[in-house]
Design a protein around this ligand. Structure first.
Ligand SMILES: Cc1cc2nc3c(=O)[nH]c(=O)nc-3n(C[C@H](O)[C@H](O)[C@H](O)COP(=O)(O)OP(=O)(O)OC[C@H]3O[C@@H](n4cnc5c(N)ncnc54)[C@H](O)[C@@H]3O)c2cc1C
Length: 395
């Protein structure tokens, strides 16, 4: 077995081929190989998808929206698994994945924001979540660099963070350590024979056959040629722009925990890393496959973040990026077996793919070895949009 994930390594006819080496595909491949399945990941640019752009908030509670109460249970279950997941990865690879149990403060700047945040608080309480309402003064006691105009907030002690870039790096190393093979090519077509998926055709012209194929190509999952009509993969790209700033050397960090808000109807968050990086995100736009960063997006993020924490104006701006969230009609992932034997899905994680990586890897490994999803993942089964008019994918 080769030791680097360049070019082509691993068996010619594995048990499992995973299409897509993002945070979801890599976690799935790692867990499948740990269960003894010979696994190959196909991706021309592993780690080059949305995970390399993402903020890495593990925001099960502060990402709760009306109508997404079922998803909350999955998000909380994955958040619970994160400390052990991060520790296992670090132990296996020596890579610090930046897991930080820092908590989150969701704040309101004006009366409208406060009314909206009160609504969120009610929803959280209805869902049995223990979240404390703070006055503006209490918020500033926790985070002294907040703008004096902050009118109140929610202290969410369980919403933490991880750094997605070292996380993906660690996952690649962990995959290699358990013998996962690599094909640094794009999958161009799902191969179907005798009424079952038998692998994929590759951009270099080869055919890679496998007993089971997992489609984990992020926002591109629905575009793979050869998907039969009975397998609906209604995943569309939702674009997000994001910035990286850095704390000033020799000065204390601006923030100790993630701060987020809805300012004039749009969400903004600031995620402080131990390294001194401060991530400011993220816009959310339906713009097809466009990943250009726009002046308007950068302006909106800086303006809104500045209203919460004026001190950011002094910080160097290191990076502006845009990525594509893989999004389904109900904002929840598509997991496990499809109507086509031999084909499983691990996609559609929208805003929470980094958070949901641990539980996705686990339930996909269960489904690959046992043929079905565990009970707690059944609401997210891959067949739930089959035959639905929502199952259209943009070209
Ligand atoms: C701005 C922004 C901020 C975000 N912030 C957070 C956050 O704070 N917390 C959180 O949990 N989530 C966040 N997300 C969401 C998260 O990034 C995604 O849900 C997650 O990355 C999805 O993982 P994935 O592996 O399915 O897709 P990706 O990470 O996009 O990876 C898909 C992979 O598939 C490969 N691929 C595509 N087509 C093919 C093909 N034909 N053949 C082979 N390989 C292929 C790509 O090269 C890529 O490597 C954010 C996303 C964005 C855009």
């Amino acid at each position: 077995m080769a030791t680097r994930d360049t070019g082509r390594t691993g068996p010619a006819a594995p048990d499992v081929v995973v299409v897509g080496g993002g945070v979801i595909g890599l976690t799935t491949a790692w867990r499948a190989a740990q269960r003894g399945l010979a696994t190959v990941v196909v991706d021309p640019r592993p780690g080059g998808g949305a995970a390399g752009v993402a903020a890495g908030m593990l925001a099960a509670v502060t990402e709760l929206h009306h109508g997404e109460e079922t998803l909350l249970a999955l998000n909380l279950a994955s958040a619970d698994r994160y400390p052990a997941f991060a520790a296992e990865l670090t132990e296996a690879t020596g890579v610090d994945v930046g897991y930080r149990a820092c908590g989150t403060l969701a704040v309101a700047r004006d009366a409208d924001d406060r009314a909206r945040l009160r609504e969120s608080h009610l929803l959280m309480r209805r869902c049995g979540l223990d979240v404390a309402w703070l006055t503006g003064r209490e918020c500033r006691r926790l985070e002294p660099m907040l703008d004096p105009g902050v009118r109140g907030g929610l202290r969410v002690d369980g919403d933490h963070q991880v750094d997605p870039r070292p996380l993906v790096e660690a996952l690649r190393t962990a995959c290699r350590s358990v013998g996962v093979g690599w094909r640094r090519e794009a999958a161009t077509e799902l191969l179907v024979s005798g009424g079952r998926a038998v692998g994929v055709a590759l951009s270099g012209g080869d055919r890679l056959t496998a007993a089971q194929t997992v489609l984990a190509a992020g926002a591109h999952s629905g575009t793979l040629a050869g998907l039969p009509p009975e397998v609906a993969v209604p995943v569309r790209p939702v674009q997000g722009e994001i910035l990286r700033l850095r704390d000033l050397p020799g000065r204390p960090p601006l923030l100790g925990r993630t701060v987020r808000a809805v300012v004039r109807g749009t969400e903004v968050y600031l995620v402080p890393r131990v390294s001194g990086e401060l991530v400011v995100g993220a816009t959310s736009d339906e713009r097809g496959w466009d990943t250009r960063v726009t002046a308007g997006g950068v302006y909106q993020l800086l303006r809104d973040a500045h209203e919460l924490v004026p001190g950011i104006a002094e910080l160097p701006l290191l990076e502006t990026r845009a990525g594509l969230r893989p999004t389904t009609p109900d904002n929840a992932p598509l997991l496990g077996p499809t109507a086509l034997p031999g084909l499983q899905l691990a996609t559609g994680h929208h805003r929470n793919g980094v958070l949901l990586a641990p539980i996705t890897g686990e339930v996909l490994a269960d489904a690959l070895t046992g043929g079905e999803l565990p009970d707690h993942a059944r609401p997210f089964h891959a067949g739930r949009f089959a035959g639905s008019t929502e199952a259209r994918v943009p070209s």
